[in-house]
Ligand binder design. Structure first.
Ligand code: 4AD
Ligand code: MG
Length: 464
């Protein structure tokens, strides 16, 4: 076995007459007039390689095992293909079956499986067309994100996953404790009530955002970004919320809200543009099967400027819209997904950046405007998705920040180091967070956020 073997993706580029081996999993097999036609995938690209097995070339015992889901290697010759949609196929001369898959029991059968069912067999769904494409696009998008920041001199940083401070001040954190153990009856047992006796010597949690730590690194490295898992213990079972999701958080010193907006727009456009250029086969599958007009909308996003408006202007438009919203709109309310969708889909028809939200509905660290009522927040809203990016200019004045932390009813103590940034060499700075899975929903057209991450964590589910 050669680990440098040629991937299926590259077998398509070989000239007829070349001897080659193809490794992968059988998608389908069809028999006609003594010939077996096998569709083989190794996940290296969307297209399956067609393998032609003439009667008598491989043993009857081996042939029996070549069923959907089996893992095999075919050795043979690349030949011109008479079939439509492919220039070449592999004429098999030999086969090795690495792992059979009993057709009576293999859970990923050919057609008609619902997304909900596929979620239950998330360990196998990647072998099908849809999820193969989703996870290839996910990998490409991650690469495009790193490339975007790398090319602009941003430093990739890794904030801690376990932390003692609530970055959003919203209290939606998962506790991390060794004071809680399972007893032999599989019941929880508290070994101590005292956080000081716990593993970290104080209450500790999974991070909701790496922003605060990113700010400390930006005030020294100037431009940094994080790309990692974040956790929210919100009990919301929607198609857009995960308890564990990946976030990309750039943080920039010497940047105000306008620069932050421009950077966010440039970022989304470049990443989407990269995918249009490099994930063509996969996006062609999503368009129109998963989302009609997907490619057209994505190209439109790349080519046209995002609309910018203030929260106050958006509320006026929503109030004047004449729409019957489930949640009423008034100045001071947090916008719901239905409002965000109306603005982006009905009113504007492309992404919208909303700024200057009421301070009460945004996090404590955002810079206050001189009106005393609003903060320099910016949310990027996308059609179909709603909020895809949330960001702000940060409050860089010590006294104002201390007051805001107190106003939000938060303790000052865990933020001592965050406040130090404002004590020593404070600088205007800004940043934002992109929900990686929200971006993936947007570019693939997938309707449920559970279907763009390999294993979703949501209320009631931590399988796999
Ligand atoms: O708006 P959020 O909460 O902002 C922050 O966490 C800031 N610290 C970001 C920053 O300024 N550095 O979250 C940012 C983005 C949202 O716009 C959304 O796309 C995504 O993260 N997001 C979620 N994605 C999936 N599941 C959830 N439960 C999410 N919560 C937020
Ligand atoms: Mg937000």
């Amino acid at each position: 076995m050669d680990y440098r073997r040629t991937y299926v993706r590259d077998l398509f580029n070989l000239s007829p007459g070349t001897q080659a081996s193809a490794y992968g999993w059988v998608k389908t097999r069809r028999d006609s007039k003594g010939i077996s036609f096998v569709q083989l995938s190794d996940g290296s690209c969307f297209k399956d390689l067609q393998i032609v097995v003439n009667e008598g070339t491989v043993s009857a015992d081996a042939l029996k095992l070549i069923t959907t889901g089996a893992c095999v290697r075919f050795d043979g010759e690349i030949v011109e293909s008479p079939a439509a949609g492919q220039a070449v196929e592999l004429l098999a001369k030999d086969v090795e079956v690495f792992g059979a898959a009993d057709p009576e029991k293999y859970p990923l059968q050919k057609k008609g499986a619902t997304m909900e069912y596929l979620r239950e067999i998330a360990h196998l769904r990647v072998r099908g067309n849809t999820f193969g494409a989703v996870f290839r696009v996910r990998a490409q998008a991650a690469f495009a994100i790193h490339q975007f920041f790398h090319n602009r001199g941003f430093h990739y940083i890794q904030p801690p996953i376990i932390t003692a401070s609530d970055a959003e001040g919203a209290g939606a954190m998962f506790a991390v404790s060794t004071n809680l153990q399972l007893d032999d009856k599989h019941q929880y047992k508290l070994t101590s009530n005292d956080p000081a006796a716990d593993f970290f010597g104080k209450p500790s949690f999974l991070t909701v955002s790496g922003q605060l730590e990113a700010e400390t690194l930006a005030l020294g490295l100037t431009n940094v970004y994080t790309f990692g898992p974040t956790f929210r213990a919100e009990n919301s079972s929607t198609s857009r919320h995960l308890a564990e999701f990946w976030m990309v958080e750039p943080e920039m010193a010497f940047c105000e809200i306008e620069g932050n907006m421009t950077r966010a727009e440039e970022f989304l456009k470049e990443v989407i543009g990269y995918l249009l250029e490099n994930s063509g086969q996969d996006l062609d599958f999503f368009n129109p099967r998963i989302e009609p007009e997907l490619l057209k909308t994505l190209s439109h996003v790349v080519d046209s400027p995002f609309e910018r408006m203030t929260y106050t202007e958006a509320v006026k438009l929503l109030e004047a819209s004449g729409e019957k919203f489930e949640y009423p709109v008034f100045w001071g309310t947090d916008l719901q997904s239905e409002h965000e969708r109306w603005l982006t889909e009905v009113k504007v028809g492309r992404p919208v950046i909303l700024t200057d939200y009421p301070k009460e509905i945004k996090a404590f660290y955002m810079k206050e405007n001189s009106d005393g009522k609003t903060v320099r927040a910016m949310d990027v809203l996308a059609p179909r998705i709603g909020e895809i990016i949330g960001g702000s200019q940060r409050e860089e004045q010590l006294d104002v920040l201390e007051r805001k932390i107190a106003d939000f009813g938060l303790p000052l103590e865990p933020y001592w180091w965050y406040l130090d940034l404002r004590r020593f060499g404070s600088a205007p700075h800004a940043g934002f967070g992109l929900g990686f899975e929200r971006l993936l929903m947007y570019v693939t057209g997938m309707k449920n956020i559970r279907d763009v991450i390999p294993y979703h964590r949501t209320p009631g589910n931590a399988e796999f």
